[in-house]
Design a protein. Sequence first.
Length: 117
Amino acid sequence: QVQLVESGGGLVQPGGSLRLSCAASGSIFRSNAMGWYRQAPGNQRELVAGIRSRGSTNYADSVKGRFTISRDNAKNTVYLQMNSLKPEDTAVYYCNTIPPYGNGGYWGQGTSVTVSP
């Protein structure tokens, strides 16, 4: 059974920090690159950070230097540390494999991040 469970979102002021977590079922986590995606109202879902099974990472230019993705392979969990948050980071954040599992047919409920004074 495929499971993706995101948590850690919330309301934060500009300049603040949040740490997102995503627990994934082992069947999709193991050996796969994992990513954090986000979708803002009216926008398409976009990949903001990715991490391969051995730990190499990549980031969208919009979050580079502010966000850090990491993974705990023993816990089938991927994290996103978000610092220096900006209002434009406001979105629902999702985790998934890269590319998305099942051709994009499997997504968790996401976790909402709102950056506002």
